[in-house]
Design a protein. Structure first.
Length: 103
């Protein structure tokens, strides 16, 4: 993945991400830690999309759908939606990531 210079926020994606109670600062904090990124080919017809899963310092899992945008020669993360994960989802994605890492 390209070097990330920051985030691309506007009213639309900020509102959609906060719809599930995940503040902008939480999404940015998640990306500052260890994050697993998986492609989302099903939703990548117009632009390449990704799923990111990570844990906050509190241990809570966060799931973010995002794309990458270019602005002034820099690559920015543009979150599309975000939500907190349930324990079962965290376990599922951790298994999926472990299988991907073993390839």
């Amino acid at each position: 993945m390209a070097t990330i210079a920051g985030f691309d926020w506007d009213h639309a994606n900020r509102t959609k991400c906060q719809k599930h109670g995940v503040p902008v600062a939480t999404i940015e904090a998640m990306f500052a830690g260890e994050v697993a990124v998986l492609p989302d080919p099903v939703h990548s017809q117009r632009e390449e999309r990704f799923h990111a899963i990570g844990r906050l310092t509190s241990g809570r899992g966060v799931f973010v759908v995002f794309t990458l945008r270019q602005r002034d020669g820099e690559t920015l993360i543009r979150p599309i939606s975000a939500r907190y994960m349930h324990r079962e989802e965290v376990a599922y994605y951790e298994k999926k990531i472990a299988k991907t890492d073993k390839r």
